[in-house]
Design a protein around this ligand. Sequence first.
Ligand code: NDP
Length: 445
Amino acid sequence: MKVEQVLDNLKRRFPNEVEYHQAVTEVLESIEEVYNAHPEFEKQNLIERICIPDRIFSFRITWVDDKGNVQTNMGYRVQHNNAIGPYKGGLRFHASVNLSILKFLAFEQTFKNSLTTLPMGGGKGGSDFNPKGKSNAEIMRFCQAFMIELWRHIGPETDVPAGDIGVGGREVGYMYGMYKKLARENTGTLTGKSIEFGGSLIRPEATGYGNIYFLMNMLKRKGITDLKGQVVAISGSGNVATYTAEKVLELGGKVITLSDSNGYIYDADGIDAEKLKYVFELKNVYRGRIKEYADKYGCKYVEGGRPWAEKCTIALPSATQNELNGDDAAALVKNGCMAVSEGANMPSTPEAIEVFLKNKILYAPGKAANAGGVSVSGLEMTQNSIKLSWSKEEVDQKLKDIMAAIHESCVKYGTEADGYVNYVKGANIAGFMKVAKAMMAQGVI
Ligand code: NDP
């Protein structure tokens, strides 16, 4: 395989899908050597088969808003690869959603799920529906309309969606209700459900907590065992960001920033547990903006800005893709940041990643560091299958074990001659090899 040739080919066949090209480039560049050491892979054209999704569904969603107007949106499900288990991955509702973004997410998800040690393939879906400012009733009608189309393509052993940006417990509940009605079964298809109807304890917390467990595994190699004295910059203020902040506080760290798509807050005194409780309410009950935090606590708010120029020792991007560029990365390194661990998917641009690796700081890519969410989704599927619920402690311990195992795989495949662990390379090779071996064993299909 020649990376450039494969990429040129994909760009020609799927033009303008920039996020998809970006995600594929990163993986191909880091697996090239390992791939070429296995000529049997090339003989079966494994590389194209692993880059191009198995199938994609796209559909129109029609729903009625509170004023009685008929609205349309586009809906998608990308079933990327099911070599190691049923397709699994979240649904994103955001105005920016398009096929390039969902293809990048589904591609990444395949390798992430492979890393988790659980039997899950990769998929992703969503809609360009913008949930901001919508009433509860509108959200419900939209979720129901979305599921009227999607339900026939999913199932407990086929494809199990979950949440992502704009899709939390409320949306999963509405979608599961409609799925159940149409499919006439109650097997738990969709994870991230409420605890009363098959959800798992620790699922809402899992991505954020998992990211910190991964971070602690990285820090342990440097002899650091808690976060006392660490100054932590976090972006986003949704599900991942808030539970990340909660775990940072528990381990003694100081959280100084949070953000949303309008801007960021900088709280020099630190966002403590009480202030964080307000953020949870602000986001989940009032569905307000992060600016309201600055109004309430009198701290700095930067409209339209990103938090990476603020001095910190640890950065945890937890909002969205490409939210941290080369200049941001240079500012972080210059200010003494020693670790970056990604809660979001592909938040760092290729230029930013280059800065982190060149300066040999600890850098954990999302497909390793944020795999805790899908891991506990996998545990939710297991609990649904055996019709039992595990305790909080049990799920949390399993999550810790999985994050430690993912870290171990990254160290195994990513350690360089001088001892520096290139977690990008480690995660990509470990994730790829398992899927590749499964595909080879299952023949050309
Ligand atoms: P939420 O919808 O709960 O929160 C998203 C946060 O990111 C919000 O604060 C949102 O601000 C902000 N945001 C979204 N888009 C942009 C943008 N274009 N520019 C700046 N800020 C933006 O989503 P999650 O917390 O669930 O997801 C965050 C990230 O984590 C995503 O990359 C997701 O793919 C990833 N992830 C999520 C998992 C999960 O279990 N939920 C699992 C693994 C990864 P605003 O309210 O203004 O839109």
